[in-house]
Ligand binder design. Structure first.
Ligand SMILES: [Zn+2]
Length: 237
């Protein structure tokens, strides 16, 4: 077990620099152009060090020091722990892009469609390959139905303006991935996400009341909780 954890941590650390690049690129407010260069020195944003600082000018760029590395390593350990078949490739892909999406949503309250699409496309291709490798293409029907179910439930919340527009596409992709593991995991992931987001919102309200400040619905990014709920459901399933 120790070697597996060590390898998983190493993988997490190796994927962190490009994930930091993605986070810095996409973590811009709605309506602003993507950040493809350091705003301070103009150096291209691709791979970023764990310090969370631009290699050119040492200015703050993207997520805080060590944060992406810690989360990516933890997710890699969780994926390694859950690994039990060819679908683990899809889980790993969703884990990596999920780290980027989670950080972007936490920073600027949005889940960019390009990142959502990349997560969905990778999961779809890798799950299809896994289903063929295992000789049971029928499981893909359940994945599709789970994707539609979770995606539509979240879309209802988007229509009710309870969620942001990026939450339902992410739910669609995660629902499809969790559908591989069965309906209890797919719906359990959504349930865990809502419970965690609700707890977080409650904490924010209590903290705001203590400081006599107002809380708005937009203060709670739901993406990180959808991702965390999905991971918990896979581990529990
Ligand atoms: Zn710079």
């Amino acid at each position: 077990m120790v070697p597996v954890v060590a390898v998983a941590v190493l993988v997490g650390l190796l994927v962190a620099p490009p994930l930091r690049g993605l986070i810095a690129y996409f973590a811009v407010p709605e309506g602003e152009p993507w950040c493809d260069a350091c705003p301070l020195c103009g150096r291209a944003v691709r791979l970023l060090p764990p310090t969370g600082r631009c290699p050119g000018c040492r200015g703050r760029l993207g997520a805080g020091a060590g944060t992406v590395e810690a989360v990516a390593a933890a997710v890699a350990v969780a994926v390694a722990y859950a690994a039990d078949g060819p679908q683990t490739m899809a889980l790993g892909w969703a884990g990596a892009l999920g780290v980027a999406l989670g950080f972007v949503d936490a920073r600027v309250r949005r889940l960019p469609h390009l990142l959502n699409l990349a997560l969905l496309a990778g999961v779809a291709v890798l799950l299809a390959a896994a289903a063929l490798a295992e000789g049971r293409p029928g499981v893909l029907v359940r994945c599709l139905l789970a994707a539609l179910t979770v995606g539509m439930l979240l879309e209802l919340a988007v229509w009710a303006k309870a969620l942001g527009p990026g939450d339902s596409p992410l739910g669609f992709a995660l629902g499809g991935l969790l559908g591989w593991y069965g309906w209890p995991v797919a719906l359990g992931g959504l349930f865990a996400a809502m419970v965690l987001a609700g707890l977080w919102a409650t904490l924010l309200v209590v903290a705001a009341l203590a400081r006599r400040r107002e809380v708005r619905g937009r203060d709670v990014p739901v993406g990180p909780f959808l991702l965390l709920g999905a991971l918990i459901a896979v581990l529990a399933g």
